[in-house]
Design a protein around this ligand. Structure first.
Ligand SMILES: [Zn+2]
Ligand SMILES: [Zn+2]
Length: 271
């Protein structure tokens, strides 16, 4: 199983030189296993992954959306495979938006006031598939997905992907009570080989952002240790943290637990 980070930033892109060591694009992670391509989130890293998939001739892919906040969708409309006949994208997200379906969320994202090309004019097969928060399902033979809803304004879904005897958890945009760990997330993280975790803030910053729905490396490590997870990729860095500040947070996290490391745009991990 190969994991590649195409966007590790949270909230907004950071296109300045002092952000480029860790990376300025927002949330997008590629997983390749059994010849299948699975994508977590459609942040601004996605178009660059799209170009790479075209080069590699990948015709079918699965996209798992944590939620529809802008930093997780901003790359979607510039993902070239959705405009090219012969490509199939299975996009899944939790049905957590009242009467609005998942296809409805994508249609809204591509409406004429926001984007030049609309959903009905897409030349690919874009299948929008909703599921209930907490559902488990198989993406393909041997690729199993578990989900849980995180604490975040309008919700965010965490995923556990299991395949080939390995497990990855993608858990971003979550705020949890340090005195009362999220039991659903803990269960999802149980013995995971890799946890990709929301490390937006430092512990010092956290109190002033209560209710914004984000977490810290300290809380991530606490969860990883409780769950017996093996490694934690720090992810979804605040746009207020440049490379120097993220490096400092990464060093603190590594000194606390050797399983922690800072995800960087372009970084690949083979599990
Ligand atoms: Zn976010
Ligand atoms: Zn969010």
């Amino acid at each position: 199983m190969r994991v590649k980070f195409w966007g590790v930033r949270g909230s907004i892109t950071c296109a300045y030189p002092d952000f480029l060591e860790y990376g300025g694009n927002t949330a997008c992670v590629e997983v390749e296993v059994f010849g299948r391509t699975i994508i977590f989130d459609a942040g601004t890293g996605l178009p660059w992954l799209g170009n790479e998939l075209l080069k590699r001739g990948v015709k079918e892919m699965d996209m798992l959306m944590s939620h529809f906040h802008n930093d997780h969708t901003a790359g979607f409309n510039y993902f070239k495979p959705i405009y090219i006949p012969g490509h199939t994208v299975h996009l899944r997200a939790a049905e957590n938006y009242g009467e609005t379906s998942i296809e409805g969320m994508i249609r809204r994202h591509m409406q004429a006031e926001l984007h030049p090309v609309q959903f009905d004019n897409l030349e690919s097969d874009l299948n929008c598939i909703g599921f209930q928060p907490g559902d488990e399902f198989d993406l393909h033979d041997g690729i199993h997905i578990k989900t849980t809803m995180l604490t975040h304004p309008a919700g965010s879904t965490a995923y556990r992907l299991e395949a080939d005897g390995k497990s990855i958890v993608y858990a971003t945009d979550t705020e949890h009570n340090p005195d009362k760990p999220d039991q659903g997330l803990l269960a999802l993280m149980k013995d995971a080989d890799l946890v990709i975790y929301d490390c937006t803030y430092s512990e010092d910053e956290l109190p002033q952002y209560k209710g914004w729905g984000h977490s810290t490396w300290n809380q991530g490590i606490k969860l990883c240790k409780l769950a017996g997870a093996k490694r934690m990729a720090m992810f979804h860095y605040s746009p207020d943290h440049n490379d120097t500040q993220v490096r400092e947070l990464e060093n603190q996290a590594k000194a606390t637990w050797s399983g922690a490391f800072g995800a960087k745009e372009g970084m690949e991990i083979v599990l």
